[in-house]
Write a protein that binds this ligand. Structure first.
Ligand code: C6P
Length: 463
């Protein structure tokens, strides 16, 4: 019997053939009813408002979903926590916390090594994460998923395994002006050692990619392009399908950094048409140190290993080594098995809510927050692309971003301040840092009010 077909008691075991991904998530009492089930009357409320259910969205009781997140009950500096830093790392529902706990209590062993029961259980959980991630992002096959520690590891894997052997002097890598450092620095390192260079497609003041300029920049020396799907600073959702189509016409492989898209939007890498897609588990309600690279199978199969060690080989002798097939030849050493057990639960959790519902709720919260923030005197918001994700970067006249974030923290409000690992974007706007509030589906209108009121108090304090 293979490890994957084995059954054992676990709050969120990986699916067996024919089992739906939503099964474990449905264990949550706060999740929406299945199609055909009668919703409880109180489940018709969405964050206090009633939604006309015309768009095929399920009716979700968001206030009950919120109760799945134990950390939201705590106080910070004596005030109720208002966590607006989900783009940095998301909070975790109890289902994820319990899955990690259950892993160490009941299943802890190393993966793919031991034939004993615990080893098989640990392997099944780890491989379950690969299966779940493949389904979650719309991959054709689970073997297109390399499990990594996050997006940073994924882009570095592509840089060293795919790009390094291919670039030569005079070649170029195209990125956009809104990239995170994880989608700049790895390419720069490879450019430095190959004599290639970086090209940058510009954005406009609203924080939108100038698509015509991106297409114009796809000249013959460009051998690779990297684009963020959703900007972590601006919330801009890039037209990745169109960009992929243009890259494909010219035979240029495109990597899409989906770190900020996977937690907030329904995804289908097949329909995007890109070549590589990266996700990071800790922004998707999952544990830190988990994530994945998706790549077209033919690309992965042609890529050499990036680093070597245990579990990525077929044979080793002092004369030489033969390597395991992809994706395992990219997964040397002991991975974050407990983390991936938690990621299984996280993906089940998000799938149970439905990513279209997550996106709709977060859009509703953004629509609530934006005019209230804009009404604050001296407020400057960075990024106003239509259809942007629920991220608001801002500055208040005369107040340093770090001072504002520190004083908001005293009010129990957690926002991020700094360059957000996007130095070039800060340079574009001519600022050293911004404050950033990033919303999640479990935030509330009341929290947004508390945040806006807290900014008002901080302004008065500093006036
Ligand atoms: N952004 C933020 O506060 P890792 O660290 O590998 O999990 O993710 C890196 C990363 C890559 N791309 C984008 C678009 C990202 O937003 C991030 C992480 C955090 O915005 C920390 S800088």
């Amino acid at each position: 019997m293979s490890a994957q077909s084995k059954t054992f008691p676990h709050p969120n075991p990986p699916p067996r053939a024919g089992e739906g991904d939503e099964r474990a998530a449905r264990q949550s009492p706060s999740l929406p009813p299945r199609a055909g089930e009668e919703p409880a009357p109180e489940a018709l409320l969405i964050g206090g408002a009633r939604r006309a259910d015309g768009g095929g969205l399920e009716r979700i009781e968001w206030m009950k979903i919120r109760q799945d997140f134990p950390i939201l009950q705590r106080k910070v500096h004596g005030k109720p926590l208002v966590y607006l830093d989900s783009a940095n790392t998301s909070q975790k529902p109890r289902q994820v916390i319990e899955a990690v706990d259950a892993f160490y209590r009941e299943h802890n062993a190393n993966v793919s090594r031991a034939v004993h029961q615990l080893g098989e259980e640990a392997t099944a959980l780890y491989e379950g994460a690969r299966t779940r991630l493949a389904a979650f992002i719309g991959a054709n096959h689970r073997d297109e998923i390399v499990l990594t520690s996050g997006t940073t590891m994924a882009t570095n894997l592509v840089a060293y395994s795919y790009l390094l052997p291919r670039l030569k002097p005079g070649d170029a890598v195209l990125v956009t002006a809104m990239e995170h450092h994880a989608d700049i620095v790895p390419w720069q390192l490879i450019c430095k050692s190959t004599g290639a260079h970086l090209k940058v497609a510009p954005i406009n003041e609203a924080g939108e990619l100038i698509v015509d300029k991106f297409i114009e920049a796809l000249t013959p020396e460009v051998k690779f392009a990297g684009v963020v799907h959703v900007s972590n600073v601006l919330g801009t959702v890039n037209p990745v399908k169109e960009l992929a189509r243009e890259c494909r016409k010219r035979g240029i492989p495109l990597l899409v950094d989906g770190s900020q898209a996977a937690p907030h939007l329904p995804l289908d890498v097949k329909s995007i048409g890109c070549d590589f897609y990266c996700v990071t588990g800790h922004k998707m309600c999952g544990p830190t140190g988990t994530g994945a690279l998706w790549a077209r199978r033919e690309l992965l199969e042609a890529m050499p290993p990036f680093f070597g060690g245990g579990e990525m080989i077929k044979t080793v002798s002092f004369e030489g080594t033969t390597f395991a097939d992809s994706p395992r030849r990219f997964e040397a050493g002991t991975p974050n098995i407990a983390g991936f057990a938690g990621l299984v639960a996280a993906i089940d959790y998000l799938s149970g809510i439905g990513m279209a519902n997550v996106a709709a709720r977060e859009h509703e919260l953004l629509e609530y927050a934006t005019p209230r923030l804009q009404a604050i005197p001296g407020m400057r918001i960075f990024g106003s692309a239509p259809g942007k994700a629920a991220v608001v970067s801002f500055l208040v006249d005369g107040v340093h971003a770090h001072d504002l974030a520190t004083l908001l923290d005293q009010e129990g409000v957690a926002v991020r301040s700094g360059h957000h690992c996007a130095h070039p974007l800060m340079q574009f706007y001519g600022v050293a840092a911004t404050c950033r509030a990033s919303l999640a589906f479990w935030n509330t209108e009341a929290e947004i009010d508390a945040f806006v009121d807290a900014i008002g108090r901080v302004r008065k304090l500093l006036a």
